[in-house]
Design a protein around this ligand. Structure first.
Ligand code: G3P
Ligand code: MG
Length: 249
């Protein structure tokens, strides 16, 4: 990466997306992490979601070992057994409903579909949440699994979609446009100016993960990226001009 051009710094506000809540400060994807993200004033946060034993739960890995005191594959567990595990600092693995109740309309949510067969239960979940005040500008559903996103689009065209990718496709952001996505989410190691320009020309927002280092945060501003996923929301927020908007503009 080239050094930052200081003359071009602070050219653009970045939408700050707390990664797995605020996992730089609290155990990832727990209610503690969600509360920390809210306390830091993040306008949006990202949570990873699986459907396990008929329940939507907030969890990142396919296995339990890294973040809990359990063992084995997440999808092999019974929901009641999962709830007995310690997901860090005594926290339970939260359900998506508990996560939404904790956020309580105070931030936009990016539900990342991690597990298979999550599009249908997430569409049903969102339909219920809308009745409690969660409007479409507070919701964004993303996935590396573009088949699930495509299914979600057919199930409910109102839901904003974010197409996740690690790498640079030959035709830049065309895949996300053909999905009918709202945004394209690219990893930090691959983002470049050409991709940002192409995505913007197609009417797509560009969000980059995971951006924690202050130099990388400023580089993303300079590239014209629209938002970043970060484990440390305060590092992004401190150089933003507008701090009171929540959700996905
Ligand atoms: O959604 C952005 C980012 O969270 C995607 O990667 O592995 O952290 O879920 P991962
Ligand atoms: Mg994620």
């Amino acid at each position: 990466m080239k050094p930052i051009d200081n003359r071009k710094m602070h050219t653009k506000d970045l939408i700050c997306i707390g990664h797995r809540g605020a996992m730089g400060h609290a155990p990832e994807n727990t209610l503690l992490s969600i509360h920390k993200a809210l306390e830091l004033g993040t306008p949006c946060m990202e949570l990873d979601v699986y459907s396990v034993d008929g329940h939507l739960v907030v969890f990142h890995d396919s296995r339990l070992e890294r973040t809990t005191n359990g063992t084995g594959y997440l999808l092999d567990q019974q929901f009641n057994d999962l709830r007995k595990l310690d997901a860090g600092n005594g926290e339970k693995i939260p359900t998506l409903k508990e996560a939404f109740e904790a956020i309580n309309l105070k931030a936009g949510v990016n539900i990342e579909l991690k597990g298979p067969d999550t599009a249908v239960p997430v569409a049903e979940f969102i339909a219920k949440m809308r009745k409690t005040g969660w409007h479409d500008d507070l919701l964004l559903v993303s996935s590396f699994n573009h088949r699930e996103l495509s299914l979600l689009r057919r199930l409910d065209p109102r839901i904003k979609l974010g197409a996740l990718i690690v790498g640079l496709p030959i035709d830049d952001a065309a895949f996300a446009q053909s999905l009918g996505a709202y945004s394209v989410h690219l990893s930090l190691e691959f983002i470049d100016r050409r991709f940002v320009k192409d995505a913007h020309n197609r009417g797509l927002r560009v969000f980059v993960f995971t951006v924690d280092h202050p130099e990388d945060i400023e580089k993303m501003r300079e590239l014209g990226v629209d938002g970043v996923f970060t484990n440390y929301p305060e590092r992004v927020l401190k150089n933003n001009a507008v701090t009171d908007a929540v959700g996905w503009p």
